[in-house]
Ligand binder design. Structure first.
Ligand code: DX5
Ligand code: ZN
Length: 224
């Protein structure tokens, strides 16, 4: 069943514990944490101390999306702080095999994120050592942007590829997802749907997760 992963980038950062409680009540099992360094993307967000505080205040899984250069220098610290899953950007990493092994040997699940204009072919050789692939459906750096339609094709290609090659990586999609487009993205093959502004900028984050979850799960059933 496809799952909704609320992104705290759009949450009220002074009330993170309450925001997480609300989305958990709506059925979320994971929280997406966007880490930005002001170099790989033109924005700066949070670091390991915030992950460590989140870890102490929730039992939701922490899905840490590193939009940073030289991620190897920070991966062990984020995992010690409590990250359960870590994704790095293909575009930011020189030795992807080494980086994926570092994530796994430090105790987290390893994912690779690709920007909208990065083809899935860049992942082919190492797909078997990825726990998940994160398809960016906006250019990383900011919440509240519109879904880029051509990225859907990459979700379909990845889904087809994992069936053909009997691989088990999950497909996460991130950016511009709403109750209106989530069904189409899940039917294309997405397992994890990241949602920031459509959850935390709604009137009621709990209901927003419930609604998106219902649409995503109906779409999962329609693709089986
Ligand atoms: C963007 C981040 C996203 C962001 C999505 O760079 O990676 O996770 O929080 O926000 P929305 O859902 O508002 O597009
Ligand atoms: Zn993200």
């Amino acid at each position: 069943m496809a799952e909704i992963i609320p992104s705290i980038l759009s949450a009220d950062m002074a009330r993170l514990a309450e925001e997480m409680e609300a989305v958990k009540a709506g059925g979320a099992a994971m929280i997406h944490v966007d880490v930005m360094d002001g170099h790989f993307v033109p924005n700066i967000t949070i670091g390991p101390p915030v992950v460590s505080s989140l870890r102490r205040s929730t039992d939701l899984l922490l899905d840490v999306h590193l939009m940073i250069e030289n991620p190897d220098a920070y991966i062990p610290e984020f995992i010690r702080a409590g990250a359960d899953q870590v994704s790095v950007h293909q575009e930011a990493v020189v030795h992807l095999d080494r980086t994926l092994n570092l994530i796994r040997s430090s105790g987290a699940e390893a994912g690779v994120a690709i920007n909208p204009a990065t083809p899935i072919e860049t992942l082919l050789a190492a797909l078997e050592i990825m726990d998940f692939v994160l398809v960016m459906s906006v250019n990383p750096g900011f919440g509240g942007q519109s879904f880029i339609p051509y990225t859907l094709k990459k979700v379909q290609q990845l889904d087809q590829l994992r069936h053909e090659k009997s691989l088990e990586f999950l497909i996460e999609v991130d950016g511009g997802l709403t109750p209106e487009n989530v069904g189409e993205v899940v039917r294309a093959g997405a397992d994890w749907i990241v949602a920031g502004s459509s959850v935390f900028h709604s009137k009621d984050p709990r209901t927003a997760v419930e609604t998106m979850r219902r649409v995503a799960q109906e779409a999962t059933l329609s693709r089986i």
